[in-house]
Design a protein around this ligand. Structure first.
Ligand code: MGD
Ligand code: MGD
Ligand code: SF4
Ligand code: MO
Length: 731
């Protein structure tokens, strides 16, 4: 028996906490937090103890597969798979140009290092169409940051929550979802400190809301009204920070006029909140020395998505809660996950999508338009798609539209560790080594002023016949007749062959990071040996394990690296958003009358035992095995729905059988289903002749059977997952 201790990280959410794993014969036997990890410092939640269900399960892929004409899959060799896929990509590119090809994914919650190599394949494919899950949550926010700060790749971080006097959480439940390092410890610290406060704006009394000093229960989807009213109160009370506004921003005069004119009481009524509650919040913000505002999917996946992000940002900017300890800050990235998409001088984009005319934000495109770009006779339609580390058939809005569209593709290739629903529709399926079997890195390092990086070494041999994504991409690029990536020549003594390949672009990025942020890197204690560059010294440190890579000063936030407008100021007035803000008044009282669909369904809540769709075997869950529908008992009784019993949940887009659970913390009219349930899984594994068995769905609802592609923000096309009209019928 082989038994050893290994250091890696949890890959179940974007915190990527450091862990120590006891491995026995390829099984993960026990875990603990890795104390030396500079961000998590030994912290873990309840989930990583179940990581063995990710690493070892019956639907792990162990061979390239090719779909046969009868729908079954045949195992084929890597050489055959690479050759045939490359040939088909070249054929589509040759006949229709690279614009007929697209790419989806490129890293989930912890495999971005390998995903980064997708860019080399995209270059060979001749495409810039990258669809990503980030464009079903954060692109509205990125667009707003682009206007305010001058770059869609400028990203605000909540890392300073640990130092804030007042934290305002809007549409996020960090007790469950985490979202910043050591979330639960930080929340408990705030709760136990009489000098610090927490305010939660959420329709539901979540665990985070229960811990808060003030919980404002907003009507689902009406945050834009609440935030606009709050901004108006702050303005009229002269609670805005005029020193900050005058020295660091432009556009206040025009904005002020709009904010002053907001009809506060009408907007409060629409948001379902008392003006007094907002006045109370405004007073708290005004009195607090340092405030951090953090939002997430409750704002991003509901009505007025992009406007919500703008108003949320004005809240911390106008009150001067930016750029100091305990306020909102920005962060650096050695290897940024996103870019900046700028229109040309005519205000147009050369890479708009052919059918819906969607433009890129941060270089990525929204999943809500992809089925429309495929399922059409349009000559510019997408004909070939590579999917890596994502399962759009289940995780993008409208599974039915996806199923129909994907069935029409001339080429669909899925690269995954597991035989997913998307894989099942693919022409070719390519087995990737797991995140514990290859070199990987945590890219969600959002610290400021201290930033960290965790390069993870493989802790297991790759499962036989699996390859790393970088190797798969390299082989495809070569087979397409293009130049493959060259492995890193330096640090040969510290790297194996797969490491040399995947780390070669990272090495260049780290060198650039060290040259752009040299002082901050040196402040982190990185010292080059004689004759060595700072970049090489930093890279060498990174090769040793999780480490602090830079320590900035707050004044750095005003440098051109962060402030991308020429005048290095924050540009407050965004005409498109002011237009949306004015439209709010026109839309007052236009809400659906609730007769046909009396409930608003949150399709995709974060709970104790969901982790996107990363773990397939339902045995991993210790509680909430059925992924029950949460409903307030009063609502339930009104419709004859019984705790623990089944009902049908119907939306304008689909219906599904649900298990009812009475939950006092739900607000009236607001029901919720968890994200991450209803995947297919078969105990006996991948029996290629018996497709029925592998199609078996596990308990819980596949929530995107209840969502629709058209139900999204008109501007950013991010879905309204948290605002699905619904009715419930007892069975
Ligand atoms: N346990 C667990 N943790 C996860 C994940 C997971 O699958 N499971 N996934 C990770 C990922 S990918 C992400 S993006 C994050 C997401 O993290 P969060 O956004 O924090 O999680 P959610 O539960 O989706 O939604 C947040 C909150 O929005 C509230 N909400 C719904 N509608 C509205 C509204 O109209 N207004 C307001 N103000 N609030 C509303 C909900 O009640 C909920 O409490 O979580 C990450 N962490
Ligand atoms: N209705 C509704 N839909 C939602 C949400 C919601 O709240 N409601 N949330 C949305 C959000 S915020 C997100 S982030 C998305 C997430 O949706 P996706 O982007 O599709 O990502 P995951 O669910 O994380 O699935 C990751 C896939 O990566 C595979 N994988 C794991 N490790 C590796 C690896 O090393 N290599 C490769 N190649 N593959 C690997 C897993 O097997 C899995 O199939 O879902 C979105 N969808
Ligand atoms: S907070 Fe996230 S990364 Fe950390 S242990 Fe929990 S699931 Fe894993
Ligand atoms: Mo997400």
């Amino acid at each position: 028996m082989t038994s050893y201790k290994a250091v890696s990280s949890c890959i179940l959410c974007d915190n990527n906490c450091g862990i120590e794993i006891q491995v026995e014969n390829r099984e993960f036997k026990s875990f603990k937090g890795h104390k030396a990890h500079p961000a998590s410092e030994g912290y873990v939640c309840q989930k990583p103890g179940r990581l063995n269900y990710y690493q070892n399960h019956s639907l792990r892929l162990t061979s390239p597969l090719k779909k046969q004409s009868d729908g079954s899959f045949q195992e084929i060799s890597w050489d055959q798979a690479i050759e045939e896929i490359a040939e088909k990509l070249l054929e589509i590119r040759g006949t229709h140009t690279g614009k007929a090809l697209a790419y989806y994914g490129g890293g989930g919650q912890g495999n971005h290092l390998q995903g980064m190599h997708g860019s080399f394949l995209r270059k060979a494919m001749g495409t810039r169409y990258v669809y990503s899950s980030l464009a079903q949550e954060k692109t509205g926010d990125f667009w707003v940051m682009g206007k305010l700060f001058g770059g869609q790749d400028v990203h605000a971080t909540a890392d300073q929550i640990k130092h804030a006097d007042l934290v305002v959480f809007i549409g996020t439940n960090p007790w469950m979802a985490h979202g910043f390092p050591q979330s639960r410890n930080v929340l408990k610290d705030i709760q136990n400190d009489p000098n610090r406060q927490m305010v939660v704006i959420d329709p539901k009394r979540t665990k985070t809301a229960e811990m808060a000093d003030l919980h404002i229960s907003v009507k689902p989807g009406q945050d834009a009204y609440l935030l606009a009213a709050l901004l108006s109160i702050l303005t009229r009370n002269n609670y805005v920070d005029m020193d900050f506004i005058q020295s660091k921003t432009v556009g206040w005069t025009e904005l002020e006029a709009v904010l002053r004119n907001i009809p506060i009481s009408d907007f409060c009524k629409q948001a379902g909140v008392e003006p007094n509650a907002l006045q109370d919040l405004a007073n708290r913000i005004h009195k607090a020395k340092n405030v951090v505002v953090r939002h997430d999917l409750g704002l991003e996946q509901s009505l007025h998505t992009t406007l919500n992000s703008y108003l949320e940002k004005l809240l911390w900017i106008l009150t001067g809660n930016f750029g100091r300890q305990g306020t909102v800050v920005l962060h650096t990235s050695p290897a940024p996950l996103i870019g900046h998409s700028e229109p040309d001088e005519n205000g147009d984009y050369s890479w708009k999508t052919a059918v819906t005319g969607m433009f890129p934000i941060s270089g990525i495109y929204p999943p809500n338009v992809l089925p429309l770009e495929i399922d059409t006779d349009h000559p510019g339609r997408i004909r070939g798609l590579i999917v890596d580390s994502s399962n759009p058939l289940v995780t993008a809005a409208d599974s039915k539209a996806y199923f129909k569209a994907f069935s029409k593709l001339e080429l669909l290739v899925t690269i995954d560790t597991a035989f997913t629903e998307t894989a099942r529709l693919s022409h070719y399926v390519l087995p990737a080594s797991s995140q514990f079997e290859k070199w990987e890195a945590s890219f969600f390092n959002f610290g400021f002023p201290e930033n960290h990086f965790h390069l993870r070494k493989p802790i297991l041999e790759p499962l036989p016949n699996t390859l790393t994504e970088s190797e798969i991409y390299n082989r495809l690029v070569s087979a397409m007749g293009e130049k493959p990536t060259q492995p890193l020549q330096k640090f040969q003594d510290k790297l194996d062959e797969p490491g040399r390949l995947v780390l070669s672009p990272l090495y260049l990025l780290i060198r650039r990071y060290a040259s752009v942020h040299s002082e901050a890197v040196m402040r982190a204690g990185i010292k080059p040996k004689q004759g060595q560059t700072l970049g090489d010294a930093l890279f060498e440190k990174i090769l040793e394990g999780p480490t602090t890579i830079s320590i900035h000063e707050y004044s750095d936030l005003w440098s051109g690296y962060f402030m991308k407008h020429k005048d290095k100021k924050i540009h407050l007035y965004i005409p498109e958003m002011i237009e949306s803000l004015k439209e709010l008044s026109d839309d007052l009282n236009k809400e659906n009358n609730g007769k046909e669909y009396p409930f608003i369904l949150m399709a995709g809540e974060r709970r104790s035992y969901n982790a996107n769709h990363i773990i397939r075997n339902p045995e991993w869950r210790k509680s909430d095995k059925n992924g029950a529908l949460h409903i307030h008992p009063e609502d339930a009784q009104k419709y004859g729905l019984i705790d623990g019993k089944k009902a049908v949940c119907e939306t304008p887009f689909g219906k599904a059988e649900v298990t009812i659970e009475y939950v006092d913390s739900a607000s009236l009219g607001f029901i919720s289903l968890p994200h991450g349930y209803g995947m297919s899984y078969a105990e006996k594994g991948l029996n290629l002749k018996n497709m029925e068995e592998t199609n078996q769905a596990t308990p819980g609802v596949r929530v995107n059977m209840l969502t629709g592609i058209s139900h999204c923000d008109p501007f950013s096309k991010t879905p309204y997952h948290k605002y699905i009209p619904a009715k419930l019928i007892p069975i």
